[in-house]
Design a binder for this molecule. Structure first.
Ligand code: PMP
Ligand code: GLN
Length: 380
């Protein structure tokens, strides 16, 4: 059978490739972003409780009511935004599903979508599946700032959507209030929509404030705001995320979501709803990961890698230009096979494979994992 591919340029995702390489060579896996420590025992007990008490059938299409209410409360407390749990919050099977549903809901054939690169690898394939055209703007290396004039230049009458991601995977950069002001000015006389991927909203360092798009009523009316419980509760394998959007956008979002998955895992939604009542867990997450970042940085201080600033997420970018002039893809593979530490080459997050001789390392790991990895990195 000859099948004409709808995504002829898309291979297997780098996360699958690097995690497999790490397993095959018994390397320490700092590539794909997931924690290697345990889930909170109370959260596990809650999932068990809700499974055993019979919460095992379909959840409502929008998600479990109690969880939508808890999310609305959290967003009101933290960002002073009012989303109606009845009509403006949708639970999804991970942020990945929310991204797919939001893009599919609004991108028509021929529409342009602005992507800030390096960009998480799921955005562009979904745009292309919907017949959209990605238009790229690059973060400025090495501090990964956006020059908003670059965005202004690519804006056209065909621009339908801009995708934002702060704190940013893979760079660790975060938007400041100046970025948000620039964004407001640029978009004010347009009907461009925003998709704001905020899955690392609770992992932000050095006293910085998460500049959620939801803080700004002028932006809320045109925005999908997406987050994920996987990052916040060390449960990336449970795949529950959510989308906040005003009624007209949520309606279109749910039109897609209802036929993509219909609803997501029921007992886990009940468990999160109860667990979220303990606000300290998500409020203390930044401090927890800042310690991890600082531990990792101090362990590799005497290596030949040079750390770039990391202001949020659980990823640290390291410059290896003093060690090798190989491409980041070649060097990350050699590092995995010969030195036993797996990382992610960020060039895969650029459509033009821009290679700054840096690698992304995930520090969401036990101290002993970080110590072992650092020992290996220091020998290079
Ligand atoms: N967006 C970004 C920027 C991510 O890093 C991730 C992580 N995996 C996702 C979306 C997807 O989140 P989820 O695992 O909840 O689907
Ligand atoms: N978000 C994770 C990362 O950036 C992994 C996502 C995935 O495996 N699809 O590493």
């Amino acid at each position: 059978m000859q099948i004409q591919s709808k995504l002829p340029d898309v291979g297997v995702t780098i996360f699958t490739i690097m995690s497999k390489l790490a397993n095959d060579h018994n390397a320490i896996n700092l590539s794909q972003g997931f924690p290697d420590f345990d889930v909170h025992p109370d959260l596990l007990a809650l999932v068990d409780k809700f499974m055993r008490s019979g919460h095992n059938q379909y959840a409502p299409m929008q998600g479990v009511q109690a969880l939508r209410e808890r999310i609305a409360e959290k967003v009101r407390d933290l960002y002073h935004a009012d989303y109606d749990p009845e009509s403006e919050i949708t639970l999804t099977s991970g942020a990945t599903e929310a991204l797919f549903a939001a893009i599919s809901a609004v991108v028509h054939r021929g529409d342009e979508v602005i992507i800030l690169e390096p960009a998480f690898d799921s955005y562009v394939p979904v745009i292309k599946l919907n017949g959209g055209i990605p238009v790229y703007v690059e973060y400025k290396f090495p501090d990964y700032r956006i020059d908003w004039n670059d965005v202004r230049k690519v804006l056209s009458s065909k621009t339908r959507l801009i995708i934002l991601n702060s704190p940013n995977n893979p760079t660790g950069a975060v938007f400041t209030d100046t970025d948000i002001s620039e964004l407001k000015t640029i978009l004010q006389d347009t009907d461009v929509l925003i998709l704001s991927d905020e899955v690392y909203e609770h992992i932000i360092f050095d006293g910085l404030r998460h500049e959620s798009v939801s803080r700004h009523p002028e932006l809320v009316e045109r925005s999908f705001v997406i987050s994920s419980f996987g990052k916040t509760y060390h449960t990336t394998g449970w795949k529950i995320g959510y989308c906040l959007a005003p009624v007209p956008l949520s309606k279109e979002f749910q039109r897609v979501h209802q036929f993509l998955t219909f609803a997501s895992n029921t007992p886990i939604q009940y468990a999160y709803a109860q667990f979220m009542k303990n606000k300290d867990i998500y409020l203390n997450l930044s401090a927890f990961y800042q310690q991890k970042r600082d531990k990792f940085l101090s362990l590799i201080k005497n290596s030949r890698f040079k750390a770039l600033p990391c202001r949020g997420t659980y990823f640290q970018m390291l410059d290896y230009s003093a060690i090798s002039d190989e491409s980041d893809v070649a060097f990350s593979k050699r590092l995995t096979i010969e030195n036993g530490v797996a990382s992610i080459p960020p060039s895969v997050f650029y459509h033009g494979q821009v290679d700054h001789k840096v690698l992304r390392f995930c520090f969401a790991k036990k101290d002993e994992t970080l110590e072992k990895a650092a020992e290996r990195l220091c020998k290079i």
